[in-house]
Each structure stands twice: as C-alpha cells, then as structure tokens.
Design a protein. Sequence first.
Length: 433
Amino acid sequence: MTRHVAIVGSGPAGFYAAEAIFKKAPEVRIDMIDRLPTPYGLVRSGVAPDHQGTKNVWRVFDRTARRDTFRYFGHVEVGRDVSVEELLARYDAVVLAVGVTVDRRLGIPGDDLPGVYGSRALSGWYNGHPDFSGLEPELRGPGIAVIGNGNVAVDVVRVLSREPDEMIKTDIPRYALDAIERSDYSELYMLGRRGPSQASFTTAELRELGEMTRTVALVDPAQLPEVVEADDPKHQKKMEKIVETLRSYSQNAPDAKPQRLHLRFFASPVRVIGPDRVRGLEVAVTELRDGRAVATGETYVLEVGTIVTAIGYGATPLEGVPLAASGTSFANVDGKIADRLWAVGWAKRGPSGVIATNRGDSAEVADRVLAELSDGARGGGDALGALLAERGARVVSYDDWLAIDEKERAAASEPTPRVKITSMDALLAACGR
Ligand SMILES: Cc1cc2nc3c(=O)[nH]c(=O)nc-3n(C[C@H](O)[C@H](O)[C@H](O)COP(=O)(O)OP(=O)(O)OC[C@H]3O[C@@H](n4cnc5c(N)ncnc54)[C@H](O)[C@@H]3O)c2cc1C
C-alpha cells in the first residue's frame, strides 16, 4: 500500500525532510502544503536580497519538488483551509515545517507606536512577501535604530545602508528601493544589550558592513575588550575575529561616507519616545554581570524616527497543537508532537540556526517518521485534493509556481535576477502558462 506523508511548510526544513524521506523510501508519496503560492519559505522571503548566493539553495529544493512522488499544494493554509486533524485523517504522517512567524516585541513603553517595525515584517517587505508588500514603512530620520546583535539585525542595517547601484544584482522590489532612496536618515544604530564578545552575528556578515559604498561602519573603541573572552570557549577564535573587525571600524573617520552606521554595545532600549509616533529612543547603558546585561543607571537618547526590532520570533498557534512553554516552537520531543504528528525546523527548535542547520535536523526527524510510518491505508493527496475542491479552495500546483517563476525572470533584465510578483492577487493571476 502507498504510504502518504504531508509536510506543512515549504521552507528549508520541509524540503530537507522531504529529501531525507525520499532518500530512504523513494516510494513514499509526499505532499507539501504551503500557505503561499510561492515555495521556499524564508529563502525567498527572509534571506536578504543582496545574498543571492544563499538564496540559490532553492535549486536543491527544486530537484526534490520535480519527483513524480511529490506534489505541491500551494496557497493552502493549515488552520484556515484544512485542519491538522483533517490532515491526520488523510495522511500516514504529518510533518509541521511552518517556521515561526511572529516578531517578538521589545516589551517597553511605546513599542507599539507607529514607526516601530519587526524584522520579520521589514525583511518580508524588502523581499516582496505578499503579507508585507503593502507595509509602507516610514523610514524616517535623522536616525534609524535596529535592535539586536544577530545576523538578521546585520541584514536589516545592510539593506537600509546600501546604495541602489549595490542592489542592481538583487531581486529587491522597486518599491523598497525607492522608499529607501527617498528617506532622509543619515545615521543608523545597531544596538546590542551585551558586549562585542557576546554578539551572535558571524564574521562574514560583520565584514560586509565595512564594504558598503554609502555608509561607514563606526565603533567606539572604549566598548571593545582588551582581551576577548567568549561565553563558549568553542567560539573563542570566532569572537577574536569579530573584535578584530570591530577594532578596524573603530578607526574609520565618521565623515568618510555620507551615512554612518554606529555599532553600539551595552545598550538596552528602555522607552520609545512618542507620543504620536517614534520621535526617539531612550537607551540604558548596561554592564555585564555573570554574562548578563545589567543597567548601570545611566541613559541616553538616540534621535531616531524609525525602530526595527530583530530580537527573535514566536510561533503562531495551530488548533490542536500545543506550543512549547517558550512560545517559540511546538511542544515536541525530538520532533515528535503526538502520534503521527511531527515538527521540523524552526517549528521544532524555535528560531535558531541557519539554512544548513535544518538539513541534519530534518534528516534525523525523517528517520523517526519512517521508523513509525504506518501501513498506508489513508487517501493522501487525492483525498486532500477532494476536500479542498469541496471547499472551493484555489490550490496552486508546482507547475503554477514554475509559471510564476518564469514570469518573474522574464520581467527582469540583466544583471537583475527577477522582478518579484509581490501581491497575492498578482501571484494567483500569474499561475498557469
Ligand atoms: C530575516 C531572516 C534572514 C535570514 N537569513 C539567512 C541567511 O542569510 N542564511 C541562512 O543560512 N539562514 C538565514 N536565516 C535562517 C533561515 O531562514 C532559517 O533557518 C530557515 O528558513 C528555517 O526554515 P523553516 O523551514 O523551519 O521555516 P521557514 O523558512 O520559515 O518556512 C516555513 C514555511 O511554512 C509556511 N507556513 C507557515 N504557516 C503555514 C500554515 N499555517 N499553513 C501552510 N504553510 C505555512 C510558510 O509560508 C513558509 O513557506 C534567516 C532568517 C530570517 C528570519
């Protein structure tokens, strides 16, 4: 009997799980369900547009999607068009690879004022995600503060700091490029609560900040440690390189370029200054005690008109699937949520790790899924297709996506790789050849 697996979510974790299942059991039928007509999750809508090399991982996923035993159910949202329970009734196993979607809030007074944006929303906007393409963020100066010290924060400051010419080889939507170009900020601040030795960005990402045409990266040398002591000794070498790079930024002249990026450490936001919209940000100076950032009592105000938070994400609840206490993933043990129900990727671990992290992790869960995969008595994709047809759902197939892909590429001229279609209506209209 044919065994059927449903994977919900077509990001890296979902595709790596499908690849791993096919490797060991090529006869299993896998249906991948995604709420968007476009596959690949954050590869399309999170990874910064000027990192096209990273986005190219879609080619690996495309190979999996072209298998005869694979079917794509795009524009189908679990929780809206079909429930987890209904999937379990039609599939031998259901794997949730839905990622995490909610921006964590700062939790300080004024964090809901107009002019405060989460990095999920802002990176979705500059990546043409249909949920965020209409965001119209007000990128107001004189400064913009980006809160966080991970790679997502670095991505955001980099995209906001680049010149249009530097983006020509990217697929950033025209509206985002125009909005960045039209805006009046000249100072960007990237704030970390702790010190340089605790930052979680990688050296390669940090180095790119030193190579921008329009923006000079600056660091106060007094914030750099004489001796680097990484939290985890395994990271000692990496942190030494990071501090060395920061030291080179501390020697840059502030007027070397028209825009300045200030990398500020020991800086914890305490209040967004309003009252009607962001007019400034009050920041507490911190010091490290036992590895934790503790306020010293000293504060200062940054003159910013826009704030972007890059401080983590939370999971979106799905009916009948309990969240972990952290709220950042589904409750699971090594990927298992319940009988025949599994989680992979960020839905399993919470928002940590790069694309490649999901490969091994999904393969481990795929092994467990296969070990427990039942006899194949359920209807699979045909049964799901019939249910969705009954409900009048507009399902987007992988061929439909290929048609969207073709139209996006055809609309671009060298060296721009594609002109993204960014609204749901236009994506649906572009389906089919
Ligand atoms: C802004 C940003 C930039 C990043 N940049 C990089 C980078 O440069 N390099 C790197 O290696 N890593 C990067 N990462 C990390 C990387 O994107 C993640 O490790 C990876 O995408 C996690 O994969 P996932 O499949 O778990 O989730 P996702 O990629 O989020 O995929 C989840 C999928 O599930 C779908 N979905 C959600 N809910 C439902 C539902 N209810 N029904 C149906 N479908 C649903 C979504 O549409 C999406 O397609 C970045 C992350 C972010 C947030």
